[in-house]
Design a protein around this ligand. Structure first.
Ligand SMILES: Cc1ncc(COP(=O)(O)O)c(C=O)c1O
Length: 430
């Protein structure tokens, strides 16, 4: 074992049974490797480098802020840059009047949203127990609370670590919700109504849901009308809806928010993270509708669960503004056309023998392969100059596959390379 390998083992971080790359440079979706080759990042890092690597806009914004002042919490320095970010972000995602809490990652965004939902429903409805319902196929972060709440068994294998919480309703996707005589449809949401009623609506603060499934299961898309039905059920029972768009937000699915693909499902709160910092900064943002936010400032409200030393870091805000500069500079007609081409190419992979299923939207897909074929497929992809992030399987036995989610700023040539090489790799292992 050389010293890199020894130290690699001491660094307690996630690893996959594939070699790490020795990266000496980067540009857009490409990582330049020692030795002169390059490799295409087919899953945008951990589904976050949405505007690619080495962005000049992000660099310029960070540099400018660095020399103005590099730290100033909101209680120390007037938070102008954070307010600029709030304005730009709220307009970008079509919720211009929302209130915003900034956090340092997606997990903390979810934690803050949970805290706010409990505060709001205590003041507004007099609810005491603030239960949060999640689906059986969900991931909402790596803190003890978010792991306990969600349905990701790989990340929380021991039932006792659910702290008596755990998911509250089946996700409307085949591996976790099989029906004898029909596919999942909007009526699957009725199980949420049943669960709220079983617990008593007075005990439930919110339903927390990924509008399009992320890496737990691999990009399942809900049946039409499902999210709308979730919103109606919750509204009828004074239960808030929180959309976890940590992974899907900021155009990942082709629209600013994944929920924009359907009518009538605007949530009370949205949590954003990955695509907002786009890998340049750790960040999370909780957007709260003005109708709900007024309860947060109520005289009887509990303290804001949204403060932390680094929560409103000015360099974090600067990096996010640079990401928004890049996103807003995109030619959206070309972006949409490129997304359509990617969708078409992804659908055509379904004809390959080793491919079990391909699902997703916009720039987010899960490719499920035959049992035992994941690592051979990943190896074949790597030999052809690209790599992907594997998803956590669903069902029993667990499915296996990987995420295809290139940076949103990938060019036509990049997408052509990705889809051709991927098809070639999958054919090679079939
Ligand atoms: C849907 C979803 N929610 C929350 C999180 C947690 O975000 P973070 O890893 O930034 O804490 C993730 C991370 O993968 C996610 O995919």
């Amino acid at each position: 074992m050389d010293s890199y390998e020894r130290n690699r083992e001491r660094l307690l971080t996630s690893s996959r049974p594939m070699p790490d790359f020795k990266v000496v440079g980067s540009q857009g979706p490409w990582l330049h490797l020692a030795g002169g080759t390059r490799i295409f990042d087919g899953s945008s890092g951990l589904l976050c480098t949405n505007v690619g690597q080495s962005s000049h806009s992000v660099h310029a914004r960070i540099e400018q802020q660095f020399f103005r002042y590099s730290f100033g919490g909101a209680a120390v320095v007037q938070p102008h840059i954070q307010m600029e970010l709030m304005e730009r972000l709220c307009h970008a995602v079509g919720r211009p009047d929302d209130y915003v809490a900034l956090t340092t990652c997606g997990t903390l965004g979810v934690e803050v949203a949970v805290g706010l939902a409990r505060n709001i429903t205590r003041v507004r409805d007099g609810k005491l127990r603030g239960n949060i319902l999640t689906s059986t196929l969900s991931y909402h972060g790596m803190s003890a609370l978010t792991l306990a709440l969600a349905g990701n068994h790989a990340r929380r294998p021991r039932p006792e670590d659910a702290l008596g919480l755990g998911p509250g309703f089946p996700a409307p996707y085949p591996p976790s919700h099989a029906h004898k005589d029909r596919a999942c449809d909007a009526s699957c949401a009725d199980e949420i109504a049943t669960e709220i009623d079983r617990r008593g609506a007075e005990n439930v603060a919110a339903v927390l849901i990924e509008p399009v499934n992320g890496t737990t299961g691999g990009a399942f898309v809900p049946p039409d009308g499902y999210l709308r039905r979730v919103s109606e059920i919750c509204q009828e029972r004074d239960v808030l809806v929180i959309h976890d768009e940590v992974l899907t937000g900021m155009w990942r699915t082709g629209t600013p928010l994944a929920s924009h693909h359907w009518d009538g499902c605007e949530p009370d709160m949205v949590v954003l993270s990955k695509g907002l910092g786009a890998g340049y900064t750790s960040v999370g943002a909780v957007l709260v509708s003005p109708q709900m936010a007024r309860w947060i400032r109520h005289d009887d409200a509990d303290p804001l669960p949204a403060m932390g030393t680094m929560a409103t870091h000015p360099l974090m805000a600067a990096a996010c503004l640079g990401v928004l500069d890049d996103l807003e500079a995109m030619d959206f007609t070309a972006f949409t056309a490129r997304g359509d081409r990617l969708a078409e190419a992804m659908t055509s992979l379904s004809g390959i023998k080793t491919v079990r299923d391909v699902r997703g939207l916009g720039f987010l897909y899960g490719v499920e392969v035959a049992p035992g074929q994941l690592w051979p497929a990943m190896k074949a992809a790597q030999e052809r100059g690209m790599f992907f992030y594997p998803f956590t399987g669903a069902g029993e036995p667990k499915s296996e596959g990987f995420m295809v989610a290139p940076p949103l700023t990938s060019t036509d040539d990049d997408i052509e390379f990705l889809t051709t090489a991927l098809s070639d790799a999958l054919n090679a292992v079939s």
